[in-house]
Design a protein around this ligand. Structure first.
Ligand SMILES: Nc1nc2c(ncn2[C@@H]2O[C@H](COP(=O)(O)OP(=O)(O)O)[C@@H](O)[C@H]2O)c(=O)[nH]1
Ligand SMILES: [Mg+2]
Length: 390
């Protein structure tokens, strides 16, 4: 198909394909993968190590939030419990049974929890790693899976050390890391990530994300990047860049110029792609109720009101669009037309008649608005002292 539209020509170029047909097909495949590629994260360790708390942290939830894993309770089941990411049903975090029993058998445990389900394992310990942790790591390696050692509850260690006269945070952290490394010699020289679920901005939570990203297969990385909680200004910017990079795919996949007819895809459904894109951004940037509530509590400052400055964020927050979490196909044309009218200059349009340029404009503007809202909330929360003076 010939096209003169410079925006379309540009999107085709960005796709790396030679024709609009190929570019559109690639966009649909890319967008499909972006939304649906599965990621299964297993969290294991002894009872009381902080598994359930870590599961909640990964899902951006406080321990008392609706649907959060119960913490501070003794595990009674030998079964893994699955928790879906609030915005991404394709990302699942699994709270595995404790590995504390004296006659622990790593290979039986892995079989019982169906080890092949998981992309990787997080082995948590709130003290030195012990023989069970080591046996488990070895078995995971035998099963050709990856594991990451996380030393949890670092805030407790820091608090205890702070009482001492000669307190030096960096030294304390190095000492904990070395202690753990000594215990883990048998497993090679694994990296150890020091973490407190109460302060993901501090310590090694972001390093863990970076390591996982480096080692995951390419197609799984986007799921991790979207799902991982925002834990620094850089991690937010990384997400923003990621979504900016896939705008071409979202635009081509959703625009009414589809040249490859896909059965069952109507104009309304295409509009759903745009809405779904925004819903994904909203959660990935930590603008959802759960994340904002958690952040407000952490910095002891109400932050909800800043969401209202973004019409799009407010619209998503008002539950108008939450149904879209699950599937783009339930978006109605009416929802989209109303949504498009939030953008200055777009006004009331029929989704089916939306030009490619307007779709791109919607995606870019909407993404910028959500990104700026997220940046502003971080600033108001006082999380990035270096930038807050600018
Ligand atoms: N201070 C602190 N306490 C934590 C942290 N992670 C977990 N806990 C607490 O440790 C206890 C056991 O945590 P839980 O997640 O239930 O452990 P599980 O048995 O491994 O699932 C709970 O009281 C948690 O609140 C942390 O990073 N810092
Ligand atoms: Mg638990």
């Amino acid at each position: 198909m010939e096209t003169q539209d410079p925006d379309v020509i540009e999107a085709v170029k960005l796709s790396g394909e030679s024709t609009l047909e190929k570019a559109t097909a690639k966009a649909k495949a890319e967008f499909e993968q972006l939304l649906n590629v599965s990621l299964n994260i297993a969290v294991t360790g002894r009872t009381g190590a902080g598994k359930s708390s870590f599961v909640n942290a990964l899902r951006g939830l406080g321990d008392d939030a609706d649907g959060a894993a119960l913490t501070g309770v003794t595990e009674t089941t030998m079964k893994a419990t699955m928790y879906e990411h609030p915005a991404m049903p394709n990302v699942k975090v699994w709270d595995l049974p404790g590995i504390g029993s004296p006659n622990f058998k790593a290979n039986k445990y892995l079989k019982d929890v169906k080890f092949s389900t998981y992309d990787f394992f997080i082995i948590l310990s709130s003290e030195r790693f012990q023989q069970n942790d080591i046996m488990l790591a070895k078995e995971i390696k035998n099963a050709k899976k990856k594991f990451y050692f996380v030393r949890s509850k670092i805030d407790n260690d820091i608090l205890a050390e702070q009482r001492k006269k000669e307190f030096d945070e960096q030294k304390t952290l190095s000492k904990i890391r070395e202690d753990c490394q000594k215990n883990l010699k048998e497993v090679g020289n694994p990296k150890i990530f020091l973490i407190s679920v109460y302060d993901l901005e501090k310590y090694d939570f972001e390093k863990l994300q970076n390591s996982l990203e480096e080692e995951l297969p390419q197609h799984k990385r986007s799921a991790l990047l979207q799902a991982w909680p925002v834990c620094s200004a850089e991690s937010l910017e990384k997400k923003i860049t990621f979504f900016k990079r896939v705008i071409w795919a979202a635009a081509l996949a959703s625009a009414g110029i589809a040249v490859v007819p896909v059965p069952g895809l109507s104009a309304a459904c295409d509009a759903g792609i745009v809405l779904l894109f925004f819903t994904r951004c909203y959660y990935a940037f930590g603008l959802d109720d759960g994340s904002i509530k958690k952040l407000s509590e952490k910095v002891n400052k109400p932050l909800q009101k800043y969401l209202g400055k973004s019409k799009i964020a407010a619209a998503i927050q008002n539950k108008t669009l939450t149904r879209l979490q699950v599937s783009a196909s339930i978006a109605t044309l009416a929802t989209f037309e109303w949504f498009a009218s939030l953008f200055p200059g777009v006004g009331s349009v029929a989704a089916a008649g939306l030009s490619f340029g307007t779709t791109l404009y919607l995606l870019r503007e909407g993404l910028n608005e959500l990104a700026n809202t997220a940046r502003e909330i971080r600033k108001e929360a006082g999380l990035d002292p270096m930038c807050s003076n600018s």
